[in-house]
Design a protein around this ligand. Structure first.
Ligand code: SF4
Ligand code: FES
Length: 397
């Protein structure tokens, strides 16, 4: 009978667990969960070779192993360093780590615009979260920030390179999920950029997954851009019998409208796995199935409590007893005010999901079919930027 493989004991922030040899410090910390887990902007467990680019996951190794308990002199990238038996790791209990992470975030924000108020990723952006945890209120950077023209990569994806943090995740998706990668990182250093080189469109059944893995707002869904803020939508888990992918998705609804379809994400912001396989979804499910009747609803999506999207999505809450009807002689609050009568932005006849671009003021005050003429935001059109929009504005701070 073969012996069960010996497990390695590792202590992270004073919590000891046993993990299989070959486990990275980051994945060991994920098994513990909570604050002990370092943030990861470039590592993605479902993408082979990812990690080692962003340095947000740095940790201190206070003791290398039982056999050699010397500390490691420098902080190490936890996504690329495997545990040893008896290793002692410090993450949030190390001042050096916190200081280094503050510095890494400052570096990531050197060129990244602080345009969260108009960025579609706001509310589910890992850099935004990191910025809140480790960001400084000012910048020491005195040079002009890098800015790029926005670029449409095919009919469904828009690249806003100004926001890219060069994590390489999207290139791994293209390499590992699609059969013809036509984009990559060109040039090096301050000139490095994601590009399709000769602006060739990425047309592939699984290319939309690049949007899901992008940790910032650099790759966005053109069918959803500027349609809504994520925290106003209600995410529900749904499935369909799809011949191409697992068909298990999250629908981001506003009322009965499906505004966006994404893969289902786990607590680390990565796509969930089913039977050990990553639940990537195909472009048909993502971009073409935008009707509730296309889907079988499984139930509300469980959203992390700290996320802004989690607001109003409490499950099993105990509501206080309603007393308005009692004191109003039986009239219920909804009889007192109909939101559609008092608000211009909640007109039921406006179908945001059916508009080819973002809605405008006119959509709500005249033509319900009106949409933005900024052609980089619409589904069709040439990738030309309007002068002065966020990505061309060098003053974007
Ligand atoms: S576009 Fe997004 S996923 Fe691709 S390298 Fe940039 S930040 Fe990463
Ligand atoms: S997550 Fe480890 S270096 Fe980026």
């Amino acid at each position: 009978m073969s012996e069960a493989p010996k497990l390695f004991k590792v202590t992270i922030d004073n919590i000891t667990i046993e993990v299989a040899p070959g486990t990275s410090i980051l994945n060991a910390a994920r098994q513990i969960g909570g604050d002990v887990t370092p943030p990861a902007m470039c590592y993605y467990s479902k993408l082979q070779g990812s990690g080692g680019k962003c340095r947000t996951c740095l940790v201190e190794v206070a003791a290398g192993s039982t056999a050699d308990p010397r500390p490691m002199p420098k902080l190490v990238a936890s996504c690329r360093t495997n545990v040893m038996d008896g290793m002692i790791v410090k993450n949030i209990t190390s001042e050096r780590v916190i200081d280094a992470r503050n510095g890494v975030v400052e570096f990531l924000l050197l060129n990244h615009p602080l345009d969260c108020p108009i960025c579609d990723q706001a509310g589910e952006c890992h850099l935004q979260d990191l910025g809140y945890d480790h960001g400084k209120e000012g910048t020491r950077y005195e040079f002009s920030r890098r800015t790029f023209e926005r670029e449409n990569i095919g009919p469904y994806i828009q690249l806003h390179m100004t926001r890219c943090i060069l994590c390489y995740r999207c290139t791994y998706v293209a390499d590992q999920l699609t059969d013809k990668r036509v984009h990559g990182i060109l040039d090096r250093g301050d000139h490095a950029e994601i590009s399709t080189y000769i602006s060739r469109a990425i047309e592939n059944d699984f290319s939309g997954n690049m949007i899901d893995v992008c940790p910032v707002g650099a790759l966005t869904d053109r069918t959803f851009r500027f349609k809504n803020r994520v925290w106003f939508t209600k995410p529900v888990d749904a499935h369909r019998d799809c011949p191409t992918c697992c068909g298990k998705v999250t629908l981001w609804n506003r009322g009965d409208e499906v505004l966006r379809v994404t893969a289902r994400k786990d607590q680390w912001g990565e796509v969930q796995s089913y039977d050990g396989k990553p639940g990537w979804i195909c472009n048909t499910c993502r971009f073409d199935k935008k009707k509730l009747s296309d889907w079988v609803i499984d139930g509300p999506t469980k959203v992390a409590r700290h996320s802004v999207i989690g607001a109003n999505h409490y499950i099993d809450t105990k509501r206080p007893q309603e007393t308005i009807a009692e004191v109003m002689g039986g009239r219920k609050p909804k009889l007192l005010m109909d939101i559609h009568k008092v608000s211009d932005v909640n007109k039921p006849e406006v179908l945001l999901s059916e508009l080819p671009g973002p809605a405008t003021g006119d959509t709500f005050e005249g033509d319900v079919n009106d949409y933005s003429t900024n052609i980089t935001d619409g589904k069709m059109g040439n990738p030309v930027n309007e002068e002065g929009t966020d990505s061309t504005n060098p003053n974007t701070a």
